[in-house]
Design a protein around this ligand. Structure first.
Ligand code: TTP
Ligand code: MG
Length: 401
């Protein structure tokens, strides 16, 4: 059945909020993130600042050189999170099928809402109006029959616009785009595809599925389908977040592998705890390193069996670390878990399988309760603590930590 999908993405989200909070900043080049002189990066830049070449993830020192007279503001996360909730509340008026991807973007399946609110374009217009009127913020919306195309459309509609791609136009809409528009295609895959003769999506469309698979392997089937506008993925409202991760910038660059492993171990424990708290499992673990020259490298592994324990997340992160140059000084290290699913969707089996990983899961679950009450996460909602009382570990487990 033909579906109507919206991808809603706020424009220059953090910067737009700051501009709204202080109207004197209207139209000025705003950069939210680390402050000039510090070590961090740009979180986002207003469109006025982007005209100077400033963008997300750029070292703040570089931004300060490009834009010495910019307005530099620190990140106010709790404010942005509160606005994010208001945005998601507006989206939920039009369909229960809202899948947030991050603080400022979500997919909506409005197929069944069209009888109530008008066609998908009318709903997109209403969403943009509501957000503008009630929150004084700009949002862009893509309208398409699939997630993949809706997301590309919202990107093209920016800033403060809307773009509809009709089912009959999908193939010609995609054709001229570079293959990197397909998610999962980073700079490395893009180069590899180019070497094999695939620069644009049209190059993928021009071949049959089996030809693409022969050249690119099994991944080629997915690419070929997406290139042809075939994308059956449903809007899935259970995914609260795309990933859970922890990272840190060191005060001094690190070359000692043991220091990196210590950090990865601590982060793996945090990430696993967060997954279990949200009853999620992950099928992908990613290691992130930023070197002293600011090049950032990510390495990931996709996993057959979903993970939820620090033990396995750390093992994967360590294996990824083993594959990178051990001599380059590291300024930032991080680990994240993504491709999230609810734990009911399959992981429970391993709980009873009696292997070392299943045992680790039982032990870590037992420790969660202790961490919840005394751990560094501090006070947690009473209902959560209450729920964990039923499986409270003995005092001896606590001592053995
Ligand atoms: P994005 O939606 O990627 O960017 P944006 O909303 O600032 O700009 P636009 O969508 O118009 O291109 O990310 C949403 C917010 O997430 C962004 O305002 C700041 C934060 N963010 C970071 O902190 N670091 C990053 O590297 C990126 C990409 C975003
Ligand atoms: Mg955005």
């Amino acid at each position: 059945m033909k579906r109507s999908i919206l991808h809603v993405d706020m424009d220059a989200f953090y910067a737009s909020i700051e501009e709204r909070e202080n109207p004197a900043l209207k139209g000025r080049p705003i950069v939210v993130g680390a402050l000039p002189g510090g070590r961090g990066v740009v979180s986002t830049a207003s469109y006025a600042a982007r005209a100077f070449g400033v963008h997300s993830a750029m070292p703040i020192s570089r931004a300060a050189r490009l834009l010495p007279h910019g307005v530099y503001l620190p990140v106010r996360m709790s404010l942005y999170a509160a606005v994010s909730r208001q945005v998601m509340e507006i989206l939920a008026r039009y369909t229960p099928l809202v899948e947030p991807l991050s603080l400022d973007e979500a997919f909506l399946d409005v197929t069944a809402s069209e009888r109530l609110f008008g066609d998908a374009v009318a709903i997109a217009r209403k969403v943009r109006e509501d957000v503008r009127r009630e929150l004084s913020l700009p949002a862009s919306v893509g309208v398409a029959p699939t997630k993949f195309v809706a997301k590309i459309a919202s990107d093209m509609a920016k800033p403060d616009g809307m773009l509809e791609v009709r089912a009959e136009d999908v193939v010609s809409f995609l054709a001229p785009l570079p293959v990197r528009k397909i998610f999962g295609i980073g700079p490395e895959s893009e180069a590899a595809l180019k070497r094999r003769g695939f620069s644009t999506i049209a190059d993928l469309q021009a071949k049959t599925e089996s030809e693409v698979v022969r050249i690119l392997g099994s991944f080629g089937a997915t690419l070929h389908a997406l290139a042809g506008g075939r994308d059956e993925r449903a809007v899935d409202p259970v995914h609260e977040a795309k990933s859970h991760g922890r990272e840190t910038t060191f005060a001094r660059d690190v070359t000692d592998r043991r220091v990196l492993l210590d950090a990865l171990l601590a982060f793996s424990a945090d990430v696993a705890f967060e997954l279990r708290r949200r009853r999620l499992v992950a099928r992908r673990v990613e290691l992130k390193l930023r070197y002293d020259d600011f090049t950032t490298l990510t390495r990931h592994r996709s996993l057959e069996r979903p993970v939820q324990t620090a033990r396995r997340i750390f093992r994967e992160a360590r294996a990824l670390l083993d594959r990178v140059d051990p001599k380059r000084p590291v300024r930032l290290v991080g680990v994240s878990a993504s491709a999230l699913r609810h734990e009911e969707d399959g992981v429970q089996l391993s709980l009873f399988s009696g292997d070392a990983d299943a045992k680790a899961l039982r032990v870590e679950r037992a420790l969660d309760a202790i961490r919840g009450r005394y751990g560094k996460e501090g006070v947690r909602p009473a209902s959560l603590v209450e729920g964990e009382r039923t499986k409270r570990p003995s005092a001896r487990d606590g001592d053995s930590r």
